[in-house]
Design a protein around this ligand. Structure first.
Ligand code: UDX
Length: 475
C-alpha cells in the first residue's frame, strides 16, 4: 500500500499540544516507516503531518520525520466572521479565544487540505486527527470527504460532563450558584456543582455553546481518542461508548507512557538546572509546585502560596511563569516574589519559569505535587506514583481534583476559600509526611503500576492503541 499521511492538528495550547505530540510519537512508532515495529510492521506506512497556525506557530523542536504545515487565516473569512483582527488574550477569555481560532482557521484548513487532495504529488490523506476543540475543522474535513478523528485531551469524566451539559443547564445546575456549590450532581456522580466545568472569566452561555459544539463535532466525526485509562475511569469510558455507539472510541491514556519523554514544543525553555538541584535532595523530600500553562493566581493567593511554602519548612521546586499572577480585573500583573520570601527559604527552595515537568515528576526526590489539576499534570503525576495537593482553577480542573481526592484517594485539596498560608503549610505537611499522605502515596504507587501495565502488551490502553492503528489502516 502506498504511504499515506495522517494530518494531526493540535489546539495550540501546551496542555493540548503535548498529548497530540505524544499521540504522534505513538503512531510514528507503530508505522512501518519508523522502523519501530511496535505492532504495525506489516506494511502500514503512515507519515505524520503536523498542522499549526500562524498565530501560534510551532517552531521547535521540529521532529525530523514529521512534516509541518502552517495555516494562515484567509482574509475573506476574517472579514465575514465576527472576529477582531486581534485574537482575544487567552488569559482573559479562553472560550472566546477558542471560538476565534475556529472561525479564523476553518477556511484555511479547508483550502489547504482540498489542495492536498487534488495534488497528485502529495501522499494520499488517510485521516485528520484534530483536537476535539477544533470543532469547525472536524466539520470541514467531513465536507471534504476525509475521515476525521477527535483527540479529547481531558479525562473521560470531563467529556461525560460535556455531554451532560445541556441537561445540567436545563436542570438549573448551571450557571453555578454560590449557594449550591456543595450539592451533588446525580447526573454525573461523584461531581458536586462546584466540580462542573466552568470558566469564571467567560460568559456561561458561551461556555455551554462551546461544549455543545465540541460534543457535536465529536458525534459527527469517525472516532474519538481519549487520553484516559479504563482502569481509572471504567464507568465513564463505558458511558461514552454507549452514547457514541455509532463511532469508534479509543481509550489509550496515559499517552506519554507509550513514548516517554518524546520531544515536544514548549512554550518556554525548560530550566534543566533544577534536575541537578533535585539530584542533591533526599528521596521524596521535595514538593513540586506548578499551576500549568494557562492558569494565573489572584495576587493575594500568590502571596499566600509563597508564605505557605515558607511556613511549611519543606523543600520545594516552584514554577512561576511570567503572567502567572492576575490583578483584580483578570489581566496579568507583574510576577514578583514577595519581599522576604527568598531570604526565608534560601537553600531549600528553587523557583523556575518553566520546568521539564515529566522528568521532575519521575525524579526520586519529588514527594508530592501541588497542582492546578490540568489533566496532563494529573496523569503525569499519577503515572509516577506522586500524590497531589489540588488547587483547581478553571475548566475541567475542578472535576479532575474531585476524582483525585474522592475516587482515586491520592490527593488533598487547598480550596480557593481557604487559600491561606497556615492552612497551606498544614496541608503540605500532611501530604509530605503524615499517615494520610503515606496512604495517598501508597494508592498513587498502585495506580502507577496499573497504568504501566495498561500501556504494556495485554493492557487495555495498549489494546486500544493497537485497535486505533488497525482502524487507521482500514480507512
Ligand atoms: C489546560 C487546561 O487548563 C486544563 O484544564 C486542561 O486539562 C488541559 O489544558 P494546562 O494548564 O496546560 O491545561 O495544564 P496541563 O493539562 O497540566 O498541561 C500542562 C503541560 O505542560 C503538562 O504536560 C506539563 O508537563 C507541561 N509543563 C507545565 C511543563 O513541561 N513545564 C512546566 O513548567 C509546566
Amino acid at each position: 500500500m502506498p504511504r499515506r499521511q495522517l494530518l494531526l492538528f493540535p489546539l495550540p495550547f501546551q496542555g493540548h499540544i503535548n498529548p497530540m505530540f505524544e499521540l504522534a510519537a505513538l503512531l510514528h512508532s507503530r508505522s512501518g516507516c519508523s522502523g519501530g515495529g511496535g505492532g504495525g510492521g506489516d506494511g502500514v506506512d503512515f507519515s505524520i503531518t503536523i498542522l499549526h497556525t500562524t498565530t501560534h506557530p510551532i517552531t521547535s523542536p521540529m521532529h525530523p520525520s514529521y512534516r509541518y504545515v502552517s495555516l494562515a487565516p484567509v482574509d475573506d473569512e476574517l472579514s465575514n466572521s465576527n472576529c477582531d483582527r486581534e485574537l482575544p488574550p487567552i488569559v482573559e477569555d479562553v472560550v472566546l479565544h477558542i471560538f476565534h481560532l475556529n472561525a479564523r482557521f476553518e477556511a484555511s484548513f479547508r483550502d489547504r487540505v482540498a489542495a492536498m487532495l487534488e495534488d497528485a504529488e502529495e501522499e494520499p490523506v488517510a485521516c485528520v486527527i484534530a483536537d476535539a476543540h477544533w470543532f469547525a475543522v472536524h466539520a470541514a474535513a467531513r465536507r471534504l470527504g476525509v475521515p476525521s478523528v477527535a483527540l479529547r485531551t481531558g479525562s473521560a469524566a470531563s467529556f461525560c460532563s460535556f455531554m451532560a451539559y445541556p441537561l445540567l443547564m436545563q436542570k438549573g445546575y448551571i450557571p453555578v450558584k454560590e449557594s449550591e456549590l456543595n450539592e451533588a450532581v446525580e447526573e454525573v456522580p461523584p461531581m458536586r456543582v462546584r466540580d462542573l466545568p466552568r470558566v469564571d472569566q467567560s460568559d456561561p452561555v458561551a461556555v455551554a455553546e462551546l461544549l455543545a459544539k465540541v460534543v457535536a463535532g465529536v458525534r459527527n466525526s469517525s472516532g474519538l481518542i481519549l487520553n484516559a485509562a479504563e482502569l481509572m475511569e471504567s464507568a465513564e469510558v463505558d458511558k461514552i461508548r454507549r452514547e457514541l455507539a455509532h463511532i469508534q472510541v479509543f481509550a489509550i491514556g496515559p499517552l506519554h507512557k507509550f513514548t516517554p519523554l518524546a520531544a515536544q514544543p514548549n512554550q518556554l525553555p525548560p530550566d534543566r538546572t533544577c534536575l541537578a538541584w533535585l539530584d542533591a535532595q533526599p528521596a521524596a523530600s521535595v514538593l513540586y509546585v506548578s499551576f500549568g500553562s494557562v492558569a494565573s493566581l489572584p495576587e493575594k493567593h500568590f502571596v499566600e502560596t509563597a508564605f505557605g511554602l515558607a511556613l511549611s519548612g519543606r523543600a520545594f521546586l516552584w514554577v512561576v511563569r511570567p503572567g502567572s499572577v492576575r490583578g483584580p480585573r483578570g489581566a496579568a500583573v507583574e510576577t514578583k516574589l514577595p519581599e522576604g520570601f527568598e531570604e526565608t527559604t534560601r537553600g531549600r527552595g528553587r523557583v523556575v519559569e518553566w520546568a521539564p515537568q515529566q522528568e521532575v515528576l519521575r525524579h526520586r526526590a519529588v514527594g508530592a505535587f501541588w497542582t492546578h489539576c490540568g489533566w496532563n499534570s494529573t496523569l503525569e503525576a499519577i503515572s509516577e506514583g506522586v500524590p497531589l495537593i489540588c488547587a483547581p482553577q478553571f475548566g475541567d480542573q475542578m472535576g479532575n481534583a474531585r476524582y483525585a481526592t474522592r475516587v482515586w484517594g491520592i490527593a488533598a485539596e487547598v480550596e480557593g476559600e481557604l487559600w491561606e498560608r497556615g492552612r497551606i503549610a498544614a496541608v503540605i505537611k500532611a501530604v509530605m509526611e503524615g499517615r494520610e499522605g503515606e496512604e495517598m502515596r501508597e494508592r498513587a504507587r498502585e495506580l502507577k503500576q496499573k497504568l504501566s501495565a495498561s500501556v504494556s502488551r495485554g493492557g487495555s490502553s495498549h489494546a486500544g492503541a493497537e485497535r486505533l492503528v488497525e482502524y487507521l489502516k482500514s480507512l
